[in-house]
Design a protein around this ligand. Structure first.
Ligand SMILES: [Fe+2]
Ligand SMILES: [Fe+2]
Length: 175
Protein backbone atom coordinates (compact mmCIF):
# COMPACT_ATOMS: atom_id res chain seq x y z
CA UNK A 1 0.00 0.00 0.00
CA UNK A 2 1.22 3.54 -0.65
CA UNK A 3 3.30 5.07 2.08
CA UNK A 4 1.94 8.50 1.34
CA UNK A 5 -1.48 9.73 0.45
CA UNK A 6 -1.84 11.10 -3.04
CA UNK A 7 -4.33 13.56 -4.38
CA UNK A 8 -6.80 12.08 -6.80
CA UNK A 9 -5.19 12.46 -10.20
CA UNK A 10 -7.40 11.99 -13.21
CA UNK A 11 -5.35 13.42 -16.01
CA UNK A 12 -1.71 12.50 -15.80
CA UNK A 13 0.75 10.57 -17.90
CA UNK A 14 0.47 7.71 -15.43
CA UNK A 15 -3.33 7.67 -15.75
CA UNK A 16 -2.92 7.42 -19.49
CA UNK A 17 -0.46 4.57 -19.01
CA UNK A 18 -2.92 2.77 -16.71
CA UNK A 19 -5.71 3.21 -19.26
CA UNK A 20 -3.47 1.77 -21.97
CA UNK A 21 -2.51 -1.23 -19.88
CA UNK A 22 -6.16 -1.89 -19.08
CA UNK A 23 -6.84 -2.09 -22.83
CA UNK A 24 -4.02 -4.63 -23.08
CA UNK A 25 -5.29 -6.92 -20.31
CA UNK A 26 -8.86 -6.53 -21.67
CA UNK A 27 -7.63 -7.97 -24.99
CA UNK A 28 -5.84 -10.73 -23.10
CA UNK A 29 -8.91 -11.70 -21.03
CA UNK A 30 -11.11 -11.81 -24.12
CA UNK A 31 -8.70 -14.21 -25.79
CA UNK A 32 -8.37 -16.35 -22.66
CA UNK A 33 -12.15 -16.82 -22.84
CA UNK A 34 -11.78 -18.29 -26.32
CA UNK A 35 -8.76 -20.44 -25.36
CA UNK A 36 -10.15 -22.05 -22.19
CA UNK A 37 -12.86 -24.18 -23.89
CA UNK A 38 -10.18 -25.56 -26.24
CA UNK A 39 -7.95 -26.35 -23.27
CA UNK A 40 -10.86 -28.02 -21.49
CA UNK A 41 -11.60 -30.14 -24.55
CA UNK A 42 -7.94 -31.13 -24.88
CA UNK A 43 -7.47 -32.02 -21.20
CA UNK A 44 -7.44 -35.66 -20.14
CA UNK A 45 -8.38 -35.62 -16.46
CA UNK A 46 -11.85 -34.59 -15.36
CA UNK A 47 -10.34 -32.52 -12.57
CA UNK A 48 -8.39 -30.40 -15.04
CA UNK A 49 -11.40 -30.08 -17.34
CA UNK A 50 -13.43 -28.84 -14.37
CA UNK A 51 -10.71 -26.37 -13.38
CA UNK A 52 -10.68 -24.89 -16.89
CA UNK A 53 -14.47 -24.72 -16.93
CA UNK A 54 -14.52 -22.94 -13.60
CA UNK A 55 -11.84 -20.49 -14.64
CA UNK A 56 -13.77 -19.75 -17.83
CA UNK A 57 -16.70 -18.50 -15.74
CA UNK A 58 -14.36 -16.54 -13.47
CA UNK A 59 -12.63 -15.00 -16.49
CA UNK A 60 -15.95 -13.74 -17.86
CA UNK A 61 -16.24 -11.89 -14.56
CA UNK A 62 -12.76 -10.39 -15.11
CA UNK A 63 -13.96 -8.93 -18.40
CA UNK A 64 -16.99 -7.40 -16.69
CA UNK A 65 -14.78 -5.93 -13.98
CA UNK A 66 -12.50 -4.39 -16.59
CA UNK A 67 -15.56 -2.86 -18.25
CA UNK A 68 -16.36 -1.25 -14.88
CA UNK A 69 -12.77 -0.01 -14.71
CA UNK A 70 -13.12 1.60 -18.16
CA UNK A 71 -16.25 3.35 -17.03
CA UNK A 72 -14.54 4.57 -13.82
CA UNK A 73 -11.78 5.96 -16.05
CA UNK A 74 -14.47 7.71 -18.09
CA UNK A 75 -13.71 5.63 -21.17
CA UNK A 76 -15.41 3.09 -23.40
CA UNK A 77 -14.14 -0.52 -23.25
CA UNK A 78 -11.45 -0.94 -25.86
CA UNK A 79 -9.07 -3.81 -26.48
CA UNK A 80 -5.48 -3.37 -27.59
CA UNK A 81 -3.61 -6.38 -28.86
CA UNK A 82 -1.48 -7.97 -26.17
CA UNK A 83 1.51 -9.56 -27.92
CA UNK A 84 2.58 -11.39 -24.77
CA UNK A 85 -0.76 -13.15 -24.30
CA UNK A 86 -0.94 -13.96 -27.99
CA UNK A 87 2.42 -15.74 -27.63
CA UNK A 88 1.52 -17.54 -24.41
CA UNK A 89 -1.74 -18.82 -25.89
CA UNK A 90 0.05 -19.91 -29.08
CA UNK A 91 2.42 -21.92 -26.94
CA UNK A 92 -0.62 -23.60 -25.34
CA UNK A 93 -1.88 -24.57 -28.78
CA UNK A 94 1.46 -26.08 -29.74
CA UNK A 95 1.52 -28.10 -26.51
CA UNK A 96 -1.82 -29.62 -27.53
CA UNK A 97 -0.41 -30.41 -30.97
CA UNK A 98 2.79 -31.90 -29.57
CA UNK A 99 1.20 -34.22 -26.98
CA UNK A 100 -1.01 -37.21 -27.40
CA UNK A 101 -4.71 -37.09 -26.71
CA UNK A 102 -5.82 -38.92 -23.58
CA UNK A 103 -2.45 -38.74 -21.83
CA UNK A 104 -1.48 -37.30 -18.47
CA UNK A 105 1.58 -35.85 -20.19
CA UNK A 106 -0.73 -33.58 -22.15
CA UNK A 107 -2.31 -32.45 -18.86
CA UNK A 108 1.13 -31.61 -17.47
CA UNK A 109 1.74 -29.42 -20.52
CA UNK A 110 -1.68 -27.80 -20.30
CA UNK A 111 -1.21 -27.00 -16.61
CA UNK A 112 2.13 -25.33 -17.29
CA UNK A 113 0.65 -23.40 -20.22
CA UNK A 114 -2.28 -22.28 -18.07
CA UNK A 115 0.03 -21.25 -15.25
CA UNK A 116 1.99 -19.05 -17.67
CA UNK A 117 -1.30 -17.32 -18.43
CA UNK A 118 -2.08 -16.92 -14.72
CA UNK A 119 1.38 -15.58 -13.92
CA UNK A 120 1.12 -13.00 -16.67
CA UNK A 121 -2.24 -11.96 -15.25
CA UNK A 122 -0.97 -11.93 -11.67
CA UNK A 123 1.92 -9.62 -12.53
CA UNK A 124 -0.31 -7.37 -14.61
CA UNK A 125 -3.12 -7.05 -12.06
CA UNK A 126 -0.66 -6.73 -9.19
CA UNK A 127 1.21 -3.90 -10.87
CA UNK A 128 -1.89 -2.09 -12.13
CA UNK A 129 -3.63 -2.37 -8.77
CA UNK A 130 -0.63 -0.61 -7.26
CA UNK A 131 -0.64 2.09 -9.94
CA UNK A 132 -4.37 2.72 -9.44
CA UNK A 133 -3.86 2.97 -5.72
CA UNK A 134 -0.94 5.40 -6.18
CA UNK A 135 -3.20 7.55 -8.35
CA UNK A 136 -5.86 7.57 -5.63
CA UNK A 137 -8.22 5.56 -7.86
CA UNK A 138 -9.32 3.36 -4.98
CA UNK A 139 -12.41 1.91 -6.64
CA UNK A 140 -10.33 0.88 -9.66
CA UNK A 141 -7.69 -0.59 -7.34
CA UNK A 142 -10.36 -2.59 -5.49
CA UNK A 143 -11.70 -4.10 -8.71
CA UNK A 144 -8.21 -5.06 -9.88
CA UNK A 145 -7.48 -6.55 -6.46
CA UNK A 146 -10.56 -8.80 -6.66
CA UNK A 147 -9.39 -10.21 -9.98
CA UNK A 148 -5.82 -10.55 -8.72
CA UNK A 149 -7.08 -12.75 -5.87
CA UNK A 150 -8.97 -14.99 -8.29
CA UNK A 151 -5.94 -15.36 -10.58
CA UNK A 152 -3.84 -16.43 -7.60
CA UNK A 153 -6.52 -18.95 -6.59
CA UNK A 154 -6.53 -20.40 -10.11
CA UNK A 155 -2.76 -20.71 -10.06
CA UNK A 156 -2.80 -22.50 -6.69
CA UNK A 157 -5.56 -24.86 -7.87
CA UNK A 158 -3.48 -25.79 -10.94
CA UNK A 159 -0.43 -26.49 -8.77
CA UNK A 160 -2.61 -28.77 -6.64
CA UNK A 161 -3.85 -30.74 -9.64
CA UNK A 162 -0.28 -31.20 -10.88
CA UNK A 163 1.26 -32.16 -7.56
CA UNK A 164 -1.55 -34.37 -6.32
CA UNK A 165 -1.83 -36.61 -9.34
CA UNK A 166 -1.27 -35.49 -12.89
CA UNK A 167 2.50 -35.22 -12.67
CA UNK A 168 2.76 -38.71 -11.15
CA UNK A 169 0.37 -40.20 -13.68
CA UNK A 170 2.48 -38.65 -16.43
CA UNK A 171 5.73 -39.95 -14.91
CA UNK A 172 4.29 -43.49 -15.06
CA UNK A 173 3.27 -43.18 -18.70
CA UNK A 174 5.22 -45.23 -21.25
CA UNK A 175 6.07 -43.95 -24.69
FE1 LIG B 1 -8.31 -13.23 -15.76
FE1 LIG C 1 -6.78 -16.21 -15.20
Amino acid sequence: MPARATEKVTDSRLTEFLHDEIKDIYWAEKHIVTALPKMKKAATSQELKDAFEEHLEVTKGHIERLEKVFSLLGAKPQAKKCDAMEGILKEGTSIIEDTEEGTATRDVGLIIAAQKVEHYEISTYGGLRQVASTLGLDDVAALLEETLTEEKEADTALTGIAEQGVNYDAAAEQE
